[in-house]
Write a protein that binds this ligand. Structure first.
Ligand code: Z5A
Length: 206
């Protein structure tokens, strides 16, 4: 059986990943693709519990190393129980965030050494890498404005502008390092224009 394709959606907060996840799922179903939609951190019962620990605002500050290890602990569980089984059954996996977020938030934002992240990536993922990554990109202010409209801010959303700008720059650096895999979507455009770009990117996988 032919292995499925692994597609990830990445980018700063509030830039349209969740909105367009449903759009992509519909497009793939129309193309008769059997698709599993999932997210990180999360995607299994245990990984969703880790997500909650990671996102909730806590009295006890979470050390940067703890944050990184919890991200990869959730990822290990997700890969073993959901992503790998689906791909090997020929299903496509559509995932809201994956390891590019770790490079951006824990690497770019928290300044954890990229060699450490790379080591964990190899240890946890072995050969697994996304086939296509859509990077939603726009000035930080836009995402912050959209996210604030939703009300309660989680632990990451409470970070300041400088942090989010470092995250954005780290995402763009990943895109520069992996131009074949990572396609930048201009999230400042209207939803219709964004979705037109997404369609063009998906055609690359046909
Ligand atoms: N994190 C990490 O640090 N390290 C890791 O390795 C991983 C994650 C995997 C949770 O992610 C946090 O985990 C995340 C990084 C960290 N923290 N942050 N920040 P998340 O994905 O759950 O959280 P999020 O990025 O904040 O998701 P979000 O706020 O839901 O953003 P979104 O999904 O990209 O946006 P949206 O909900 O689809 O859209 C926001 C609003 O904008 C909504 O009202 C839409 O209708 C509107 N929208 C969307 N597109 C458009 C366009 N084109 N025009 C106008 N309006 C639009």
């Amino acid at each position: 059986m032919q292995r499925g394709q692994f597609i990830t959606l990445e980018g700063g907060e509030g830039l349209g990943k969740t909105t367009n996840l449903a759009f992509i799922e519909t497009l793939l179903i129309e193309r008769d693709v059997d698709v599993v939609v999932t997210r990180e951190p999360g995607g299994t019962v245990l990984a969703e519990k880790l997500r909650q620990l990671l996102l909730e605002n806590n009295d006890e500050p979470i050390a940067e190393q703890t944050e990184l290890l919890l991200m990869f602990a959730a990822r290990a569980q997700h890969i073993n129980n959901v992503i790998e089984p689906a791909l090997s059954q020929g299903k496509w996996v559509l995932c809201d965030r994956f390891t590019d977020s770790t490079y951006a938030y824990q690497g770019g934002g928290r300044k954890i050494a990229l060699t450490t992240i790379r080591w964990l990536e190899s240890f946890v993922q072995q050969q697994l890498r996304p086939d296509l990554t859509l990077l939603f990109d726009a000035p930080v202010e836009l995402g912050m404005k959209r996210a604030k409209k939703r009300g309660n801010l989680d632990r990451f959303e409470n970070e300041h502008w400088v942090f989010f700008n470092q995250v954005r720059q780290a995402f763009l650096k990943q895109a520069k390092n992996y131009p074949q895999r990572i396609k930048i979507i201009n999230a400042e455009l209207s939803l219709a224009e964004v979705q037109q770009s997404i369609k063009q990117c998906l055609d690359l996988l046909r």
